[in-house]
Design a protein around this ligand. Structure first.
Ligand code: SAM
Ligand code: DTB
Ligand code: SF4
Length: 333
């Protein structure tokens, strides 16, 4: 898919909203044919005490957020959660750690790889988000069974220094390149509602459309304001701004999963339905994100059923419909 310029994205984003929705829906239909929604369950495997100063994050040690710091979870604990996620219908299990990053040849990295090897046996997609990677660490994660690496750009390069000072945008891009070179899919998105402008949001999208290969998924998070952080009093995101961003992302990245991510707990059912219509085809599923709340599983199942949307089937995880068709017509499987 050709990269989009900021100017082009602006034109798409600023259309009358029903025109924008029509365009996004058409792109969705051309690329994803069967109303399928991917269910991804999150688990924080190492919570709190992070050295980084991301202004939105409850897990930063720079702020007094009242969050209890925890050590890396044992394999048994993680497997309990992963098994439960699979039984509940998730096809992707995402593990997050409150670290600046990981390095090969360290005990904690070895323990994480052990965890990954066990989770990979459950035949769900395995996503991890561990902060910065070296090339070697990325290769080892891939070898251990990681299918996707989540590393968000969060906003534009221009606005980024307003929200984080302990690492740079270029650090983030470097890790994304390492993950891609190692052959992992990249899950990369951002947060709305940190005081950024629409231009910042679209600049981030412009950069995402320049990735080669394109990101496999783009999580669109709405800030969940955390007490004690510099953004504790940020105003909530307007649902139509979210809708425009989802639709524009769908149009700009037709074959990328667009994940309606953090903040869904504060969205109405109608708001969520509009986001699915605009091309969101993945959600975080389960009552808890990393530290924050998310809709309950039964409420999500009920909503999907009401809307006639189908949770992604386990066997089809990892492929979009065009990939499935190509595989079928190649005679394989
Ligand atoms: N430490 C790793 C990192 O920063 O990449 C992984 C964990 S970090 C919590 C993963 C992502 O969660 C962040 O990049 C951000 O996009 C999102 N996130 C964190 N706190 C959030 C909040 N309060 N509201 C919305 N999204 C948030
Ligand atoms: C992403 O973009 N959103 C998820 C996942 N990637 C790791 C995390 C959302 C975190 C929300 C705040 C919390 O739970 O602390
Ligand atoms: Fe640490 Fe990640 Fe939170 Fe930043 S977003 S403070 S790196 S856990």
């Amino acid at each position: 898919m050709p990269a989009k310029t900021l100017e082009e994205l602006n034109v798409i984003y600023n259309q009358p909203i029903f025109q924008l929705l029509d365009q996004a829906r058409a792109v969705y239909r051309d690329n994803w044919i069967d109303n399928e929604v991917q269910l991804c369950t999150l688990l924080s495997i190492k919570t709190g005490g992070c050295s980084e100063d991301c202004s939105y994050c409850a897990q930063s040690s720079h702020y007094h957020t009242g969050l209890q710091k925890e050590e890396l979870l044992s394999i048994d604990k993680v497997m309990e959660h992963a098994n439960r996620a699979k039984e509940s219908g998730a096809t992707r299990f995402c593990m997050g750690a409150a670290w600046k990053g990981v390095r090969e040849n360290t005990p904690k990295f070895e323990q994480v790889k052990e965890i990954i090897r066990e989770v990979a046996k459950l035949e769900m997609e395995v996503c991890v988000t561990l902060g910065d990677l070296t090339d070697r660490a990325a290769e080892e994660l891939k070898e251990a069974g990681v299918t996707a690496y989540n590393h968000n750009l969060d906003t534009s390069p221009e606005f980024y220094p307003n929200i984080v000072t302990t690492h740079t945008y270029e650090d983030r891009l470097r890790t994304i390149r390492s993950a891609q070179r190692a052959g992992m899919d990249v899950c990369c998105g951002g947060i709305l509602g940190m005081g950024e402008t629409v231009t910042d949001r679209l600049r981030m999208l412009e950069i995402l459309t320049n990735f080669n290969p394109a990101p496999e998924s783009v999580p669109i998070n709405c800030l969940m304001s955390m007490e004690g952080t510099p953004l504790e009093s940020a105003a909530p995101v307007d649902v139509f701004d979210l809708l425009r961003m989802i639709a524009t992302t769908r149009i700009a990245l037709p074959k990328t999963k667009v994940r309606l991510s953090a903040g869904r707990a504060y969205l109405s059912k109608e708001g969520q339905a509009m986001c699915f219509y605009a091309g969101a085809n993945s959600i975080f599923y389960g009552g808890k994100l990393l530290t924050a709340t998310n809709p309950k599983e039964n409420a999500d199942m009920e909503l999907l059923q009401t809307l006639g949307l189908n949770p992604q089937e386990p066997k089809k995880a990892c492929m979009n419909d065009l990939q499935k068709e190509a595989l079928a017509s190649s005679g394989c499987c």
